[in-house]
Design a protein around this ligand. Sequence first.
Ligand code: 5GP
Ligand code: MG
Length: 175
Amino acid sequence: MRPRVLIPAERIAARVRGLGTAIARDLAGGRDAPLLLLALLDGGFCFVADLARALPLPDVEIGFLRTSSYRGGTRSTGVVEREPVPAVAGRSVLIVDDILDTGRTLAAVRGDLTRAGAAAVRACVLLDKPARRIDPDGRADYVGFTIPDVFVIGYGLDHAGRFRHLPDLCVLDDG
Ligand code: 5GP
Ligand code: MG
């Protein structure tokens, strides 16, 4: 299996800067508490590292939440395993994930945060595959790139734990 570049690192960097500007303009945070970026692991680690540093805001809190719906393969299992969300009562939260696929992950985490009393819950994903959407509650307020129904790797995204280190977003070709 050989990675083929779908979106090169330079295009990702430019888009992340644009997202950072838009998010900072819309969601500066409240008087009492800064905006909480809640990054979904493992796939969101590259994206949140770059997005956080592209936010021209004086104060931001970053938290991490491990979620998983894939078990080594390239198709979602349909069950979203996840950690309990942190204390977010009254907070403005931005969920940051690598990719929006069926929508089940974002719907589940959004529901958890709402039940935990968050004042506002929004979501930012680097990639959106609208062709695969199952759960309409899995929607994102900020999207880096809309892509077709292909399995992508690189820039944090894996196949069975591999390829997360690639700086470009790639698809896996046979051969
Ligand atoms: P959803 O719950 O929306 O179906 O899936 C979201 C999660 O599935 C993402 O956070 C990501 O971890 C994983 N995922 C979905 N599509 C892809 C893909 O094309 N490549 C990789 N590596 N992971 C994906
Ligand atoms: Mg993920």
